[in-house]
Design a protein around this ligand. Structure first.
Ligand code: DC
Length: 234
């Protein structure tokens, strides 16, 4: 029996990737971070000097670039490896320049179309956990389970600051909080596929639970809704 498809959406630093990685590991599923693809297109645009408002140029960059997301190729804390035309750019995707420009790049419908095609091709038979902003609503509306994470901006800024200082990076709480609020407004307010929960999404408030509690809750829900196996013609 094929594995299931799980969509996880929510704002920046709401804990999507922690939950997604933990679930994928427990279930033996593939983990796909859609934000990484938008970040890779943004990095390429910055390197080539393409204006982040140039919709046509960005759409063709997104469609023509060879973008590969694989299991980690180096064990340095990463959750996956991203190859941009063969070059490992995994950590470059987290730079402040990419952070500052990715919302603008991802707002272009042509970029979203190209990235969505790539995302749908990344579904595997064993089961897939995909995280992002519009996975349950647009990319995989037929997902077996949709989860929408919420957490207040302050809790998310604290989480992001802790992540950055754990990697030895400068992390000013107030700067991070301001940047998160700006991205929330941008990602939720754009015309094409704004961030919003699917009508049939399970809501999880991640500032009230720890990761292990979230994982157990989702696994219990999956077990309770397991499709029947075996049986004649089943
Ligand atoms: O999850 P993240 O911070 O890596 O996402 C980076 C940006 O990409 C985010 O500001 C909005 C955009 N994004 C999107 O528009 N749709 C997705 N499915 C995932 C990310």
């Amino acid at each position: 029996m094929p594995g299931r498809i799980i969509a996880i959406d929510g704002p920046a630093a709401s804990g999507k990737s922690s939950l997604g990685v933990a679930l994928a590991r427990r279930l033996g599923y593939a983990y796909v971070d859609s934000g990484a693809l938008y970040r890779a297109v943004t990095l390429l645009a910055l390197r080539r000097g393409v204006d982040v408002q140039d919709a046509a140029a960005l759409a063709s960059l997104a469609a023509q670039t060879r973008l590969v997301v694989t299991r980690p190729t180096v064990f340095d804390g990463r959750q996956y490896t991203v190859l941009l035309d063969g070059e490992d750019v995994t950590w470059d995707l987290r730079s402040p320049e990419v952070d500052a420009n990715v919302s603008a790049v991802s707002a272009h419908p042509g970029v979203r179309r190209a990235v969505n095609e790539h995302l749908r091709r990344s579904i595997v038979h064993e089961g897939t956990v995909m995280v992002g902003r519009d996975i349950g609503t647009v990319v995989l509306p037929d997902a077996d389970l949709k989860i929408y994470l919420t957490a207040g901006p302050e809790a998310r800024a604290e989480r992001r600051a802790a992540e950055l200082s754990a990697r030895g990076k400068a992390a000013d709480y107030d700067t991070i909080l301001r940047a998160l609020r700006r991205r929330d407004a941008y990602d939720g307010g754009r015309a094409t596929d704004p961030m919003r929960p699917a009508a049939d999404a399970m809501h999880l408030a991640t500032d009230e639970m720890d990761l292990e509690q979230e994982v157990e809750l989702v696994l219990r829900h999956l077990a309770a809704t397991e499709r029947p196996t075996g049986g004649a013609g089943g």
